[in-house]
Design a protein around this ligand. Structure first.
Ligand code: SAM
Length: 213
């Protein structure tokens, strides 16, 4: 039996129990081998519902957080999705599995290079950039969906500007200790903002993030 199949089934069963109802996300998370995205010492914990350390003191997000944010984002096949905070690359691959055209930005060169290599090895066509994602990626804007996987002190204006009409931004915003997850939809006459959940994320560092002044 292929490695960790049972563990992955258990992880997905827990996601269902915790209220993830989008079957496309359940299917994608059943397929993607999370153990390929974690460091060797943590491989046996790859399917625990917990964040795990990756390089540069960063983390691969907890499976529930990935599922919850993706469900809130609701990406549709063919849509252009920008992710800020590539990290291990796991979230980007889940988005690609859902049929999105994925663009992802990471500020740490090591993580960027590792993720890019892994995407290639696994056969995903994901556009990658090493840089400050708090200012978005204007070259390919507008995006149908933008997801930020690190916490910002406030919603970065460039990300709002790079949303297509009808597009959605999912972003954790708040202090360094605790944040609220916002889901912001661009309408014909402005933005609809809803608060969805309290989470704890690593900080978004950058011009429009922390230490940006
Ligand atoms: N999506 C990732 C995954 O699936 O592994 C989770 C990554 S971790 C929770 C957040 C990532 O955001 C870290 O890798 C961190 O270096 C990155 N980050 C923080 N500020 C950033 C910025 N301004 N631009 C791009 N990446 C940033």
């Amino acid at each position: 039996m292929p490695r960790f199949d049972e563990e992955r089934k258990e992880m997905v069963a827990l996601l269902r129990q915790r209220g993830i109802t989008d079957e496309r996300i359940i299917a994608a998370m059943s397929r993607v081998e999370r153990h390929l995205f974690v460091k060797e010492p943590f491989i046996n914990r790859a399917y625990d519902d917990t964040a795990l350390p990756i390089a540069k003191q960063q983390t691969i997000s907890q499976p529930y957080t990935v599922a919850f944010m993706t469900q809130e984002l609701d990406p549709q096949p063919g849509q252009k999705v920008l992710e800020i905070g590539t990290g291990s690359g796991y979230q980007a691959v889940i988005l690609a599995e859902l049929g999105a055209r994925v663009f992802t930005i990471e500020r740490h060169m090591d993580l960027f290079l590792q993720a890019r290599k892994l995407f290639e090895r696994l056969g995903y066509r994901i556009a990658t950039l090493c840089g400050d994602g708090s200012v978005g990626w204007s070259e390919f804007a507008p995006y149908d969906r933008i997801v930020v996987t690190a916490a910002a002190p406030e919603v970065p204006e460039p990300l709002l500007n790079q949303l297509a009409e009808g597009g959605k931004l999912v972003i954790p915003v708040g202090g360094l200790d605790m944040q609220k997850l916002f889901s912001i939809t661009k309408t014909a006459d402005g933005f609809d903002r809803k608060e969805v959940y309290g989470f704890k994320f690593v900080p978004l560092i950058g011009k429009k993030g922390w230490n940006g002044k």
